[in-house]
Ligand binder design. Structure first.
Ligand code: GAP
Length: 477
C-alpha cells in the first residue's frame, strides 16, 4: 500500500470506527481541530496512562503536576513567547490564503532539482536567521513562487504572526486583562518548581511531569492529528545540578528511545534528529522522529537541555528567588533543566500508523481480506470481546457473567449479532487483542475458545482462567 494512501485509509478508518472525528463536522468542521470518539478516547487515555506510569510511578524521583491552562500573562513575557513565539507569514491577495514563509519556499524547493533546491533553502535559512523579512519577500518574488490555490504571485509583505491564542479574563475588556491559552505545558512546571520541591522535599536531581492541553494558532495545519491547533502534550522537566546537564541529556535521550521501542514499534521506524541551530535557551536538543504513514520521518518528541534560562527568566520577571539549596555542597543555585516533551495526539497517530494493516487472506481461490489494528494489548481500547455462538440455549447468560467478572479490571465488549467470522473482523478492525466464544461445549466442560487477533489462532481454555490470562497480557510493567 502506498504510504500516502495508507494515511488516507487510516483517516477513513478512524472516522468509520469512532477513533477520531473532525471537530464540529456538521458545520463543515474546524480546521486542525479534532474530537476523539468512543474508541479514540480509550486509546488516547491508555497511551497517556502508560507515559504517566513510566515517567512517575516507575521513577524514584519524578512527581506529577496538573497546572491550570490559564497563567499570569507575565509568564509568557518571561518565557519569551510574547516576543518570539511567532512565524513569518505571507498572504496571497487573490486567494486570501496565508502561508508560513518557510513552508512556501520549502514547497517550491521540492519542485526543483536537488542542487538548486538546496541553494534556495540555504538562502532562506540565512534570511530567516537574520529576521530579514524584506529579503524573504524578495526571494519569493525573484523565484516567482506562486500560490497553490490562485496560481498568482500577488503577495502581501512578509509579517510576523504570534502563534498564541489570546482571550480576556474578567468582565472589563481592556489591555490589562489579556490572557493566553498556554502554547506548552512546561511553563506551569517552571513556575511551580519551588512549590513542588519544598512541599515534596525533593532533592536534585528530580523531575516534574505533566500532561495537558496546549494551544497554537498553527497557520499551516496538515497531517490529520499530526499538527493541531488544540492538542495535548506530555512533558517532564528534570532539574539538575549545573554542569551535569549533558550527562542527563544523554540519559533522557536513551530512556525516551527505550520507551518508544517498548511500544513494539521497530527500531528502524525511528531516528534521532540532533538540532544544529539551537533555540536561545538550549545548549543541546534533539527530536525523536517517527516514519509516519504518508509523511515520512517527522518529530514526535523533543528532548531539550534548556539550561537555567526559564527559571532565571521567571526569577527576574517575578522578583522571587527560584534557587535550590544543595546540602551536598552547601550552595544555592538555579538548577539546569533537561526536558522531554512528547505530543499525545502525535503519539496516537504514530501508534495507529504502526498498527494499521490491510491483510490479504485469500486462500484456495476464495478471496478474503481484513483490516487489523495490531495495537499493543495494553493500549487497545477494548481488551476482550465476549461472543456467544448463538442467542439462545443460555449462552448469552454465560457470556454476560464472564463480562461482569472481567469489567472491573479491563474494558470488555459483548456482541451476539451476525456470524462469528463477521464479529471477529469487527474486533480486528478496532484492535481488540482477544475474543472469547461461548459455545455449547462451554456448558458441558466450562471451556471457551479464545481467538488471538494477530495470528488469528484459536485455542480452548478454561472459562475460569480468562480474566487472569487477559490481565497478564495487558499489564504495562
Ligand atoms: N516545551 C517544549 C515544547 O513545547 P515543541 O517541540 O514545540 O516543544 C513538543 O513541542 C511536542 O509537542 C512536539 O514534539 C509534538 O509532538 C507536540 N506538538 C507541538 N506542536 C503540535 C501541534 N500543533 N499539534 C500536535 N502536536 C504538537
Amino acid at each position: 500500500m502506498a504510504n500516502e494512501s495508507k494515511l488516507q485509509n487510516i483517516i477513513g478508518h478512524c472516522k468509520e470506527y469512532g477513533f477520531v472525528f473532525q471537530s464540529s463536522e456538521i458545520y463543515d468542521g474546524l480546521s486542525a481541530v479534532y474530537d476523539y470518539g468512543q474508541l479514540g478516547v480509550e486509546l488516547k487515555r491508555n497511551i497517556r496512562d502508560y507515559w504517566w506510569k513510566s515517567m512517575t510511578q516507575m521513577q524514584d524521583n519524578i512527581v506529577g503536576l496538573d497546572a491550570a491552562i490559564f497563567m499570569h500573562p507575565t509568564v509568557w513575557k518571561a518565557s519569551g513567547h510574547v516576543d518570539n513565539f511567532s512565524d513569518p507569514m505571507i498572504d496571497n491577495k487573490d486567494s486570501q490564503k496565508r502561508y508560513r514563509v518557510d513552508h512556501l519556499i520549502e514547497g517550491y524547493a521540492e519542485t526543483l532539482d536537488k542542487e538548486k533546491g538546496e541553494a534556495i533553502l540555504a538562502q532562506m535559512d540565512q534570511l530567516l536567521a537574520a529576521n530579514d523579512f524584506v529579503g524573504l519577500k524578495q526571494l519569493i518574488d525573484d523565484y516567482k513562487i506562486s500560490c497553490g490555490v490562485s496560481g498568482t504571485c500577488n503577495w502581501t509583505e512578509v509579517r510576523q504572526f504570534n502563534l498564541m491564542f489570546s482571550t480576556e479574563i474578567g468582565s472589563v475588556a481592556d489591555e490589562a486583562n489579556v490572557i493566553y491559552l498556554r502554547p506548552e505545558t512546561a511553563q506551569g512546571i517552571f513556575v511551580n518548581f519551588l512549590n513542588v520541591q519544598k512541599s515534596g522535599r525533593m532533592k536534585i536531581p528530580f523531575g516534574i511531569a505533566q500532561t495537558g492541553k496546549a494551544f497554537r494558532n498553527e497557520i499551516v495545519a496538515r497531517g490529520f492529528i499530526f499538527r493541531m491547533r488544540e492538542f495535548e502534550q506530555m512533558e517532564m522537566q528534570f532539574f539538575v545540578k549545573p554542569g551535569t546537564q549533558q550527562e542527563w541529556y544523554e540519559h533522557w535521550k536513551a530512556a525516551r528511545m527505550k520507551w518508544h521501542l517498548s511500544l513494539g514499534i521497530p527500531q528502524d521506524s525511528y531516528r534521532f534528529h540532533d538540532h544544529v541551530k539551537l533555540a536561545h535557551y538550549a545548549d543541546a536538543a534533539c527530536d525523536i522522529e517517527y516514519d509516519f504513514a504518508g509523511m515520512g520521518f517527522k518529530e514526535v518528541e523533543g528532548i531539550h537541555s534548556r539550561t537555567d534560562y526559564d527559571l532565571k527568566q521567571h526569577q527576574q520577571f517575578s522578583g522571587k528567588k527560584l534557587t535550590y539549596f544543595d546540602t551536598d555542597i552547601n550552595q544555592h543555585y538555579v538548577p539546569y533543566v533537561v526536558e522531554t516533551s512528547i505530543g499525545l495526539d502525535r503519539t496516537v497517530l504514530m501508534i495507529l500508523s504502526a498498527a494499521y494493516k490491510e491483510e490479504d487472506l485469500s486462500a484456495e481461490g476464495k478471496e478474503d481480506s481484513r483490516v487489523v489494528l495490531s495495537l499493543p494489548p495494553m493500549l487497545a481500547p477494548v481488551k476482550l470481546a465476549v461472543l456467544p455462538l448463538t442467542k439462545k440455549d443460555g449462552l448469552p447468560e454465560i457470556a454476560k457473567e464472564l463480562i461482569d467478572q472481567c469489567r472491573p479490571y479491563f474494558k470488555c465488549f459483548y456482541e451476539e449479532k451476525d456470524s462469528i467470522g463477521k464479529r471477529y473482523r469487527r474486533q480486528d478492525a478496532i484492535g481488540t487483542p482477544f475474543c472469547i466464544t461461548i459455545d455449547h461445549q462451554t456448558k458441558e466442560d466450562q471451556t471457551v475458545t479464545i481467538r488471538h487477533r494477530d495470528s488469528m489462532t484459536q485455542e480452548r481454555i478454561a472459562l475460569a482462567s480468562v480474566k487472569d490470562m487477559v490481565m497478564d497480557k495487558i499489564k504495562m510493567f
